[in-house]
Design a protein. Structure first.
Length: 354
């Protein structure tokens, strides 16, 4: 073998020994014992650092969310009878003004109810007149208490029934037309998105719900273990605080609702879109380039005067700029390597042996 060949083998041997020393200096990395790498071992590479930011919140994984209302926010339009046929006059989910015609109903059930309503009105008027005639007579002790009580009971019973009928007629307009097929128009009782209910065979079905625009909000199913720490929900530039959490567990999830949308974005009930939950979190935010992997673990390389300290961390979340991590070591104010991390990781993985 020539002298030149022997010299090349010697250089390769010395390089391998030097890298072995580097690997022994940083492995195994543990959470309880600081591990360091000499900055000189990275040669002439440019090293840049950023200050680690302590944070109290982190984003979760992207999830499907829906524009909805809190249970009970919508006003239910309920009929005292089941219509035989219903024709929708506006689109489901449309925003309508008060008194807008939203549906037309047909059939004999409507006719029966209209006849009963007219009869009830006649009976109530008779009971009212009798009540008024006998009230002074009773006060003058010209009427027995038992008879007066019967008059009073009938009057108040029919009064309640008549008020209920008048309430229905405030948004149900009976049309005069073909006697063989009576019709009526359902009108919006207030401004809101009209949400037609599913067909029902109940005796007094709910026909539609009216949802005020100001009550619309985000709704999302989040992992049950994170529901209590959910702080907000975000979609694009619209981020809203969490207003309510459902105490009931649905499989592995719980539902949370945001504050009302307001002018955050234009939306309709039932709209589905991608969103991100924001959770309370006691940890740190670092640039994405700061995180490196070695032997199946995740680390940050912290700046020391002449060394880099490798600190194990756990990634809890991310966005397009940062990773959100937790660590046993207090990282507040520390500076983390954000440039030449790939070279450092290559050395740790053994890519620099040749």
């Amino acid at each position: 073998m020539s002298n030149l060949g022997s010299y090349a083998l010697l250089l390769r041997f010395l390089a391998a020994q030097a890298f072995a020393v580097l690997i022994l200096a940083v492995a195994p990395v543990s959470a309880t014992q600081a591990q360091t790498v000499s900055r000189a071992s990275l040669g002439e590479l440019v090293l840049e650092f950023a200050t680690i930011e302590a944070v109290s919140a982190r984003p979760g994984a992207s999830r499907l969310m829906e524009v909805a209302t809190l249970p009970g926010d919508g006003l239910a339009m309920q009929l005292p009878f089941a219509p035989n046929r219903l024709e929708q006059l506006v689109d489901d989910g449309a925003l309508v003004a008060a008194d807008t015609a939203v549906a037309r109903i047909y059939g004999p059930e409507l006719e029966h109810w209209v006849l009963a309503a007219r009869l009830l009105k006649e009976r109530f008027e008779d009971a009212r007149k009798r009540y008024e005639r006998n009230e002074r007579l009773y006060e003058q002790q010209g009427l027995s208490a038992d008879k007066w009580q019967l008059i009073l009971d009938r009057y108040h019973t029919l009064k309640v029934e008549q008020q209920h009928t008048e309430h229905v007629l405030s948004w149900l307009t009976v049309e005069e037309g073909d006697a063989h097929e009576p019709t009526a128009i359902l009108r919006a009782p207030e401004v809101g998105h009209v949400m037609f209910a599913a067909s029902s065979h109940e005796a007094e079905p709910i026909i539609a719900y009216f949802v005020p625009p100001q009550s619309l909000r985000f709704s999302m199913q989040v992992p049950r273990e994170y529901a209590d720490s959910a702080l907000a929900m975000a979609s694009d530039d619209c981020e809203l605080p969490v207003a309510r959490r459902d105490g009931r567990v649905n499989g592995y999830s719980r539902r949370v609702w945001s504050e009302p949308l307001g002018d955050c974005l234009p939306a309709q009930p039932g709209l589905r879109l991608s969103g991100v939950p924001v959770y309370g979190f006691d940890g740190y935010a670092v640039p994405r380039d700061a995180v490196l992997s070695y032997r199946g673990e995740t680390y940050l390389a912290l700046e020391l005067p002449s060394e880099l300290e490798l600190v194990p961390v756990v990634v809890a979340g991310e966005d397009h700029l940062r990773f959100f991590v937790s660590a046993e070591k207090d990282l507040r104010g520390a500076r983390v390597l954000v440039r030449s991390n790939s070279a450092l990781q290559g050395l740790l993985l053994g890519l620099g042996q040749d």
